[in-house]
Design a protein around this ligand. Structure first.
Ligand SMILES: *Cc1c(COP(=O)(O)O)cnc(C)c1O
Length: 380
């Protein structure tokens, strides 16, 4: 039998039973009145989470598919695009841009530090770029990039900004219209607390204008915003998408979005802040140091430094095998140097949180480190 783990990785996350139940209902058509009602309610709920009145599409695929779609639709081969890079997922954006023949102008910050809006301004003064693209929550380091001032810097230069909010939308403040995020992308399996399978992408009027101007005839059909707009306009009254939709996933997403909206975004964001602080404090109590200073640390995932007493991999293996708890490791340059604890989905429940902290304590005692029982809970 497959073993079921408690997921404390930065995504996918352990999903609530009501979402899974909804997904296990009989398969339905992806067109017709019944479907339209479900589809449109899900879209409306998603727009409330994105805080946008603009267009939004729900696209089968991983988050990267929607980043592909955004970059490939907004830019033509040969265009320059400024890509914020301060970790693995910023590098991913550069790779996607290059795959469309775009010229990447890198805009970097040290690993574990956020991108700086003034540095972006300087680059935009020198380069005739056509768009800016950044990650909101750089999940590889758990740093939050300051999207609001980065968007302001892009707009001052007359450029649209695309944001990879795959690991942040629905977990921290990101009001798409108020901050002027022109293309915003997320996926179901992180803060939206659903299984993987769907990407969501919003488009501002300014972004549509540019999509209509660019000559990118060879950037594909499926991951092309124009294709999705055309089907919504022409077939929207009965068949709102160009392709067969994974209806069960969308039905599950509707359940999750309803819960997010019912909780209230503010209350939800505050809850993740509390939980991440509890994890930081709890691990700090037993001698761990955090990789990112509090001021720009994500409330959604916490990166913790490795300790000299044992290799990180040994602790992660023990937690997985002996306690059924999966924690994320470091990616690439950070492999072996940090581990990453996700706070999403069931990882945010009291039950999971207590189990995680207590299990870490147990491991430390096993390694002969004098950690009193319950030490991690002091002051939580
Ligand atoms: C998880 C993640 C991705 C990758 O998402 P896929 O759904 O696997 O394509 C990209 N960017 C960020 C910031 C992520 O956290």
């Amino acid at each position: 039998m497959t073993r079921h783990y408690k997921l404390f990785i930065p995504g996918p996350v352990s999903v609530d039973e009501d979402v899974l139940d909804a997904m296990s209902q009989p398969v339905m058509r992806h067109y017709g009145d019944e479907w339209l009602e479900i589809h449109n309610e899900t879209l409306d709920l998603a727009k409330r989470v994105f805080q946008t009145q603009g267009d939004l599409f729900i696209v089968p695929g991983p988050g990267s598919a929607a980043m592909d779609m955004g970059l490939g639709s907004l830019l033509a081969t040969g265009d320059k695009v400024v890509v914020g890079i301060n970790g693995f997922f910023g590098e991913r954006l550069a790779a996607i841009a290059q795959s469309y023949g775009l010229e990447v102008v890198p805009f970097t910050a040290e690993l574990g530090r956020p991108l700086a809006p003034d540095a972006l301004r300087e680059i935009l003064r020198e380069k005739d770029a056509r768009a800016v693209v950044v990650v909101h929550h750089e999940t590889a380091t758990t740093v939050m990039n300051p999207v609001k001032p980065l968007a302001e810097a892009a707009h001052e230069a007359g450029l649209p900004i695309l944001v990879d909010a795959i690991s942040s939308m629905g977990g921290v403040e990101l009001p798409v219209d108020a901050w002027g995020v022109d293309i915003c992308v997320t996926a179901t399996n992180k803060c939206l607390e659903c299984p993987p399978g769907l990407a969501l992408i919003s488009i501002s009027p300014r972004a549509w204008e540019q999509v209509d101007q660019v000559e990118n005839r060879h950037h594909g059909w499926y991951l092309n915003l124009k294709t999705w707009r055309q089907y919504r306009a022409n077939w929207g009254a009965w068949h709102p998408s160009p392709v067969t939709l994974p209806t069960n996933n969308i039905v599950g997403l509707r359940v999750s979005l309803r819960k997010i909206v019912a909780e209230g975004l503010e209350a939800r964001f505050a809850r993740f802040v509390r939980i991440s602080r509890a994890v930081r404090k709890g691990l700090g109590n037993v001698g761990f140091e955090m990789f990112v200073p509090d001021e720009f640390a994500s409330p959604l995932t916490t990166a913790v430094k490795a300790r000299p007493e044992f290799p990180v991999s040994e602790m992660l293996r023990w937690l997985a095998e002996e306690r059924g708890i999966l924690v994320g490791g470091g990616l690439e340059q950070l492999a072996g140097k940090i581990f990453r604890v996700g706070h999403l989905g069931k990882a945010s429940t009291r039950e999971y949180l207590m189990d995680f902290l207590f299990s870490v304590e147990e491991f430390l005692r096993l390694k002969g480190m004098g950690v009193p029982v319950g030490a991690s809970f002091v002051g939580l």
